[in-house]
Design a protein around this ligand. Structure first.
Ligand code: GLN
Length: 207
């Protein structure tokens, strides 16, 4: 599967699939949708988009993708989850539905809808470890945050201590563990290609 231009899938069961496809294409990889096990087998990496984690979880079961996807992640396939995708990649979720499935791969505990029910969305500029050219403008939409992270997890961004941050101040919102990357926010919505380029780089190194 290795090629000059790796093939990166976007899990296309629900959520903001189109935006991720566009961001991936701009980062110089071949971006394709993934709904079937055979399509999953053809990609060098996978993005799990923002959307609704309980819905994506249910559809993963319906499309019989849960075990194949868990297996590929366990085998080291690069995966990037934004928002709902971060929830799905977490080993544990708080405030989830009891029947919600986890793909796992990230040794973190995430809290769903952590920014509070009233605060549907929140925007902040975040310093992001390893990225040049200044902070990332992060858009959070009914977003999770990481309550705690295991030792193998690299923290890439936390919410800065600003007057508007409130309880979110200091919370972990971007992490990496090996080939698994996750952000609580949506770079696919802001036109900042740096995080997709970082993911494309992880895929290239692995492919
Ligand atoms: N609150 C959503 C969930 O639980 C995530 C929201 C998002 O992806 N923008 O999945």
């Amino acid at each position: 599967m290795s090629a000059a231009q790796p093939r990166v899938g976007v899990l296309a069961l629900q959520g903001d699939v189109r935006e991720h496809l566009a961001s991936l294409s701009a980062s110089g990889v071949v971006a394709v949708t993934v709904r079937r096990e055979a399509e999953l087998a053809e990609v060098d990496g996978l993005v799990i988009p923002g959307g609704e984690s309980t819905t994506i979880s249910r559809l993963l079961a319906v499309f019989e993708l849960l075990d194949p996807l868990r297996q590929r992640i366990a085998d080291g396939m690069p995966a990037y989850g934004s928002c709902a995708g971060m929830i799905l990649l977490a080993d544990k979720v708080l405030d989830g539905r009891p029947d919600q499935h986890q793909l796992g791969g990230l040794d973190v505990i995430v809290r769903r809808n952590a920014f509070g029910r009233q605060v549907d969305s929140f925007e902040e500029d975040l310093p992001f470890a390893g990225l040049d050219d200044g902070p990332v403008h992060a858009v959070f939409i009914r977003a999770p945050w990481v309550e705690s992270a295991g030792q193998a997890v690299e923290v890439l961004a936390v919410v800065p201590e600003t007057p508007v941050a409130g309880e979110a101040a200091g919370r972990i919102v971007a992490v990496r563990q090996g080939n698994v990357l996750a952000t609580a926010f949506h770079p696919e919505l802001t036109g900042d290609g740096r995080i997709h380029r970082l993911f494309a780089e992880i895929v290239r190194e692995r492919a």
